[in-house]
Design a protein around this ligand. Structure first.
Ligand code: DOR
Length: 437
């Protein structure tokens, strides 16, 4: 922990956890938030003892100062798939994208379905990571859907939730048991909603574009049916359900209705699902191959409405890096996934610029809500909290260049796209990182 103090001056500070929004100064001491001082005369840091010392100043005039972003859905690929990503590169990509905490999915090799793998990830993250890493344990052993994993041991070792992400839990009884069992630990069950029989080995969204390209389609119903099933199971069990990577209009409607009924369900979507459609696949672009697949304009509009009205609680990346050679295969054979950590904020800020959500809502969806759902102690600027902070220049423009991403995963469909809004400085426990490229 850096044994020093610095002050971030004149930024527009937003912290939904304290209902804070306004221009002010933020003082950091010894890696912790020491205080926020507003210009409206509440408190002046110059009169504060710490500020009388010669301390470093970061000028944040005209910039936003938010709690460090939390990504509750990433694939760091370690152990087992280090050719795609590892904890070192993945956390560097996270910090470059403004994230100070990431929750990593268990589809590693071996699968994170036991305390030994959980502890390994945490140890590796301490040694080689540069941001906070919170593992998500598997729901079922080896993610095979046949036997529940040991939630208690994984929870004790540091898992903050359970998911078979990458695979659905096909067996409804197994999902029922998972939702019941997880109640003991008050952990979310994060569901990858996909009816595999209906998906029928499809490789993109089913519709006009799949017909044109001659690729086998996945109907949106493959997601909707599982969302409906899991909502009903959450109702039956009283368990805490979180729907991962929502991509369809119908899923949004189902989740909205469930929330109205008081069922314990939360949901996330990812920037690619509110930014581009299945047309991005034209040209057999494997960088646009993702699961669930990119959908249609109608779905995008529904997802935006879901973000606006609070049906969708979280923007996560589903950062899914793959090796270049894997993505270079034919479309049918290439693995699904988009490298998302370093473009997520720029893409999400477009929602703010276009009036879909406010900047405060963005902070809710990328800081506060992921912390409330996962229980990680982050996502706020309260006095005494770790100094996890992001400073955003909402006007800075950059053109996405896959080769310059710090992630090993260069698989982005946003290559060459000009984005507006950059996390110019990301601070993790008082350590300051400037955005690279
Ligand atoms: O596109 C995806 N890639 N969706 C998933 O659910 C898993 C992920 C991966 O692990 O590559």
């Amino acid at each position: 922990m850096p044994n020093s103090a610095f002050i971030i001056k004149n930024g527009f500070i937003i912290d939904p956890s304290q209902n804070i929004e306004g221009v002010g100064d933020l003082l950091v001491e010894n890696g912790k938030i020491a205080g926020i001082y507003f210009k409206n005369g509440k408190k002046d840091p110059k009169k504060n003892g710490a500020a009388n010392k010669e301390i470093k100043t970061i000028d944040a005039s005209g910039r936003y100062v938010l709690p460090g972003l939390i990504d509750m859905h990433v694939h760091l690929r370690e152990p087992g798939f280090e050719h795609k990503e590892n904890i070192n590169t993945g956390t560097r990509a996270a910090v470059n994208g403004g994230f100070t905490s990431v929750c990593c999915m268990p589809n590693t090799d071996p699968v994170n379905d036991n305390a030994t793998v959980t502890s390994y990830i945490i140890k590796k993250a301490r040694e080689q990571g540069i941001c906070n890493v919170y593992p998500i344990g598997a729901i079922t052993k080896a993610q095979k859907g046949e036997e529940l994993a040991e939630f208690g041991m994984m929870r004790e070792a540091g898992c903050i939730g359970f998911s078979d992400d990458g695979h659905p839990v096909t067996n409804s009884l197994m999902m029922r048991r998972a939702l019941e069992y997880s109640k003991i630990f008050d952990s979310p069950i994060i569901s990858h909603c996909e009816d595999l029989l209906l998906a029928d080995s499809g490789v993109m969204n089913e519709g006009a574009v799949s017909s044109m390209l001659g690729l086998k389609g996945i109907p949106s119903g493959a997601e909707d049916i599982m969302v409906a099933r899991d909502i009903l199971l959450a109702k039956l069990t009283g368990g805490r359900l979180h729907i991962a990577h929502v991509s369809t209009k119908c899923s949004v409607a189902l989740i909205r209705r469930a929330k109205e009924q008081g069922i314990r369900v939360t949901a996330e979507t990812c920037p690619h699902y509110f930014t581009i459609t299945d047309k991005a696949v034209i040209g057999y672009n494997t960088s646009a191959k993702v699961n669930p697949p990119l959908r249609t304009e109608e779905d995008i509009e529904a997802i935006k409405e879901g973000l606006r009205d609070g049906t969708i609680d979280v923007i996560a990346t589903d950062h899914a890096p793959h090796h270049k050679d894997e993505k270079l295969q034919e479309f049918d054979k290439a693995p699904s996934g988009i490298s998302g950590l370093e473009t997520a904020l720029g893409l999400s800020l477009a929602l703010v610029r276009n009036g879909v959500i406010s900047m405060k809502q963005l902070a809710e969806k990328m800081c506060l809500n992921p912390s409330l759902i996962t229980g990680v102690r982050a996502g706020n600027l309260k006095q005494g909290s770790d100094a996890d902070i992001v400073i955003i220049d909402q006007d800075a423009e950059f053109t996405v260049d896959a080769d310059k991403l710090l992630s090993k995963g260069k698989n982005t469909p946003f290559c060459g796209v000009k984005l507006k809004g950059l996390p110019v400085i990301t601070i993790v426990k008082g350590n300051i990182y400037e955005r690279q490229h």
